[in-house]
Design a protein around this ligand. Structure first.
Ligand SMILES: Nc1ncnc2c1ncn2[C@@H]1O[C@H](COP(=O)(O)OP(=O)(O)OP(=O)(O)O)[C@@H](O)[C@H]1O
Length: 254
């Protein structure tokens, strides 16, 4: 279980996260550009300082020494090693990496020449490499940032399956709203301007439309842009499932 209580992250005096939530199981973390998705993941992964509390299964992240049961594709976790093989060797030492599972994935997406230098990978190949490793450990918890960015449509389905098959809980960040269809059995945590809302069942969210104000029948009520909004089912309007971005959903009201 991930639990955040008054979790705050500040950059140069500007507070970019200020939130309280708890999640069980695997959740998509959805939010517009700059809403704080990556920062939240970094705080949970323990790679940036934070105020307040964030814990994994009751253990405060800032006090954790060896997060072997946490696996992430955040770039910070991959700065050691020059070649792909170096990174895999190091990861095998510090995490419980299933090398044959990993090699199957790398072959499947065409990046299995391990002598290649990590900095020579294209942007899409680099994210595929990091996500393949992060989803090939036996870690209980996964923290995956933008796994579909710069990744060909034909490979996105494979990556979604990697994620669905790895870990028991965690957060998967994406701003690609159409990918939500691959994760209908997940929950969704929304993040708007550093504040989280939910989690809510992905199935409920995608079949709802956004209305302004607090609606008692809503599946989720959020506060954003100084106003309150509700996601409601069985209502005329553009469903979340038919939109390509959260920004577009909210932009109707701004
Ligand atoms: N190292 C940093 N120094 C200063 N400001 C930062 C830093 N990292 C993030 N921010 C700011 O924090 C806010 C949240 O950024 P973050 O990268 O977490 O957003 P995001 O939701 O992941 O965005 P995107 O979808 O565009 O990747 C932004 O306003 C960003 O400018």
């Amino acid at each position: 279980m991930i639990e955040a209580k008054d979790l705050r992250v500040t950059f140069k005096g500007k507070e970019v996260i200020n939130t309280t939530f708890s999640t069980e199981g695997k959740c998509l973390l959805l939010g517009p550009n700059g809403s704080g998705k990556t920062t939240l993941l970094r705080a949970i992964a323990g790679v940036i300082p934070y105020k307040g509390s964030v814990s994994i299964d009751g253990q405060e992240v800032r006090n954790m020494r060896n997060m072997v049961y946490v696996s992430t594709n955040l770039p910070e976790a991959f700065t050691l090693g020059i070649t792909m093989k170096d990174v895999i060797d190091l990861y095998s030492e510090i995490k419980d990496l299933d090398q044959s599972l990993l090699m199957g994935k790398l072959k499947d997406v065409g990046i299995d020449d391990l002598s290649k230098k990590v900095h020579e990978l294209s942007t899409g190949q680099s994210i595929l490499f990091r996500t393949a490793i992060a989803t090939s450990t036996n870690s209980k918890l996964i923290l995956i940032d933008e796994p579909f960015e710069n990744v060909d449509l034909s490979k996105r389905k494979k990556v979604a399956i990697w994620i669905k098959e790895s870990g028991e809980e965690g957060l998967v960040v994406t701003h690609e709203l159409e990918m939500i269809h691959m994760f209908e059995d997940f929950r969704v945590l929304l993040i708007l301007d550093g504040r989280t809302f939910g989690p809510v069942k992905a199935k409920d969210l995608i079949s709802s439309v956004l209305v302004e104000g607090v609606d008692p029948s809503s599946v989720l009520t959020v506060e954003a842009y100084g106003r309150k909004f509700s996601f409601v089912k069985n209502r005329e309007g553009i469903k979340v499932a038919d939109s390509d971005s959260l920004e577009r959903i909210f932009s109707r009201y701004l």
